[in-house]
Design a protein around this ligand. Sequence first.
Ligand code: AMP
Ligand code: MN
Ligand code: MN
Length: 326
Amino acid sequence: MTQSSFEEIGAVLRSKESFAVLSHVRPDGDALGSQLGLGLSLSKLGKKVVVRNEDGLLEKYSFLPGGEFLRTPLGEPQDFDVAIALDTATQNRLGTATELVRSAKIWINIDHHPSNPGYGDLVYIDPTAPATGQILFELITSQGLPIDASIAENLFVAISTDTGSFQYPNTTARTFEIGAELLRCGVNIGRVSQLLYESYPRRRAELLRELLGTMRFNGHGKVASFSLSLKTAAELHAKPEDNEGLIDHLRAIQGVVVAVFFEELVDGKVRVSMRSKSDAADVCAICQKFGGGGHKLAAGARVRGTLAEVEEKVLKEICNVVDCNS
Ligand code: AMP
Ligand code: MN
Ligand code: MN
């Protein structure tokens, strides 16, 4: 895979006319903030832009500026000069959004997942970046693309959510400098943080109560997990987005090295979400064994089987990697 430079990507953004800005299914703050941040910047540059995600704009991110542009990929495929995949480790994780842009002449792939194979014509993958939003800030500012308070707020949300509010070890000095720049662009950090971290629906707390009821420990307390069945999710009227971040309650426990969340899906698969507190426990490598991917300290996979089957297989594999004997 050859990496493209910001100059090469900037030249395409300036010279082409129509763009589809996409990101992964079950989007997180980095996916949606990156899509809207770049989408608004291209729009301000005078381009024709559509921003599409298989799951649309999640309710909890409905405050994002420009959120009305982020829609599900309905209707006939359209012609675009350029399709841009953001924060998306494999092209199939774009889901139905790909259908919309079959005829795009150029694909740009901007991401920070080390497992990204580098699909597309212009590729910029920086695994040292804590968020795709951070890469986009560098791209936008280095190429003199438009940035305003709305664009900055989207990029701030992207970076804040993927760094656990500037706490995870992927956070660098540069991340704080960019945070400061975004505040200078007009981001109101108190307001945005409250909307992001102190405005959860009550359902989410009720879901946490249920999940903690299923909490178990393996490997002498180094591996903590909990699981969500379809039945419980239905009883609580839980939305898929409600569980984003709940795994952090497991990671936050003293002695826990790997945290795992198992979520039963309707298609006979289980969504496995993993977090690690140690470079020695590379959860991306573990998830890749099950067909997934992600980062060293945060990764996921979708594994066929019942909850009980997948729990057993995955926990066994984790114990093979993490020294669970002491
Ligand atoms: P999650 O646990 O869903 O928050 O995902 C953690 C990280 O792993 C994110 O960066 C995801 O993009 C990545 N990831 C999750 N599921 C998959 C998958 N099935 N394939 C590849 N990467 C994934
Ligand atoms: Mn993401
Ligand atoms: Mn990301």
